[in-house]
Write a protein that binds this ligand. Structure first.
Ligand SMILES: *Cc1c(COP(=O)(O)O)cnc(C)c1O
Ligand SMILES: [Zn+2]
Length: 430
């Protein structure tokens, strides 16, 4: 039995020599710059601003295009730029990342654009971009000595944490709002961890999570190990650049929940430029929200720096964070790069989902609909250049959010099983 196992997964048996050093050297405050050792903490004790990972520039500088290209066809090819997972034997991975960057010529034509790509993160193991952040966060959690991992989630994070914990033999405790889509609860519960439905919205769930984090020695992926978690999002920037042939795109459209993903795509592009892995060409970052949960878009429209919390009410549940932790940083990125942050109605979101499916054969979840619909709005308002090379992020699979499509998603016709009925319904060629 043991030899069978070792043949299948040799890297798990004897720990091989590490050839990639962990470039992370500590945590630093994003506001006042105070520094802390690498640890499960996310808030500066001096000023209460969020902490982020700081890196040794010399270690980051060891990463080359070749060293990345020699790596596995998953997000761990960028391990030299990440804060955890350097020992493959202890890495928590279901193989997330290295998802397709699909040319989208038919969608581009419909929208009057020149060059458009869809970075399709629905191809991840649990069908959303969250697998990237969770793989990095749980690797860090294990290295920090945790055996239980936990999270507050709008759905996708729940499934990803439950799956990765199961695959790594960690205990998971997942808290979700009670009104989540049935598909999302079922596809989280199946992994066998503890799943708790909370009678409240995501912000209530998150608040409870922060309280629990004070009581239990658990790794809360989006609380105490959030600095590690957030770094996983950088891989969505690295991959796009590598897949374009080590170039930065001119424009990207990124959906916003907490705003973390958007800021990390920008951080990734910046790092690649600084490290000489790409030409540091200019790019513009656009953020996409639903009108029913638009705190960052509203702040952008008002031209203010503070993000006023809202009470979410939209079909885009995976983006329903009314009080987004990285909102001000996302505003900053959009303004600094010459982008914008906009929002769209639920009807436009549904139309965006159908448009992407109909033109490119990609069924994105409501978050994908948010991105496509905002792309359309940005073009209409002249904020996004139709002639510039553009990448939009589809961050989840449409099968996760069937509910809002059920009413209009039926068959073209329902008929008797006869040729006559088929023709009478006008279904043949004309
Ligand atoms: C979590 C999530 C995002 C963005 O998350 P941020 O909190 O902004 O990093 C985008 N799309 C989907 C489908 C998600 O689940
Ligand atoms: Zn501080």
């Amino acid at each position: 039995m043991r030899s069978f196992f070792m043949t299948l997964a040799p890297e798990r048996a004897d720990t091989p020599a590490l050839d990639v050093a962990n470039p992370a050297v500590g945590l630093s405050c994003r506001h006042c710059g105070a520094t802390y050792p690498l640890s499960p903490s996310h808030v500066c004790v001096e000023c209460f601003a969020p902490l982020e990972i700081s890196y040794d520039p010399d270690l980051l500088g060891r990463v080359t295009r070749e060293s990345i290209e020699r790596g596995p066809a998953n997000l761990w090819r960028y391990v030299g730029l990440l804060p955890a997972g350097h020992d493959p034997a202890r890495r928590v991975s279901l193989g997330a990342g290295w998802t397709p960057l699909r040319p989208a010529p038919r969608l581009a034509a419909e929208l009057g654009m020149k060059t458009l790509y869809v970075k399709d993160d629905s191809a991840n193991p649990t069908h959303s971009f969250k697998d990237r952040v969770v793989s990095v966060a749980l690797s860090a959690a294990r290295e920090l000595g945790f055996t239980t991992v936990a999270c507050a989630s709008t759905g996708n994070l729940a499934q990803s944490v439950a799956a990765h914990a199961a695959g790594a033999g960690l205990r998971s405790v997942v808290l979700v709002p009670h009104d989540l889509e049935a598909g999302k609860t079922v596809s989280t519960g199946v992994y066998g961890g503890t799943l708790v439905a909370i009678q409240g919205n995501y912000d209530d769930v998150n608040r409870l999570c922060s309280e629990l984090a004070g009581e239990y020695e658990w790794a809360f992926v989006n609380v105490n190990v959030r600095p590690f978690y957030a770094e996983g999002s950088k891989t969505l920037g690295y991959e796009v650049a590598e897949q374009l042939g080590w170039r930065l795109p001119e424009q990207v459209v990124v959906p916003i929940a907490s705003g973390s993903l958007l800021t990390k795509v920008d951080k990734a592009f910046g790092e690649l430029g600084k490290l000489g892995l790409v030409e540091p060409t200019p790019y513009r970052v656009f953020g996409a929200q639903a009108a029913g949960c638009n705190p960052v878009a509203a702040a952008f429209a008002r031209g203010v720096d503070t993000v006023a919390p809202v009470r979410p009410s939209t079909i885009a549940k995976s983006l329903s964070i009314g009080n987004p932790a990285d909102g001000p940083y996302a505003l900053d990125v959009a303004r600094r790069t010459g982008g914008a942050i906009t929002d769209v109605s639920d009807d436009e979101i549904l139309e965006g989902m159908r448009l992407l499916a109909r033109t490119e054969g990609i069924f994105g979840e409501t978050a994908g609909g948010v991105t496509v619909a905002n792309l359309r709005r940005l073009l209409r308002e002249g904020l996004l250049d139709p002639a510039a090379e553009t990448v939009i992020y589809n961050t989840g699979d449409g099968l996760k959010t069937l509910d809002p499509l059920v009413e209009t998603g039926g068959p073209t016709a329902t008929i008797k099983p006869s040729l006559r009925a088929f023709e009478a319904a006008g279904l043949g060629d004309d």
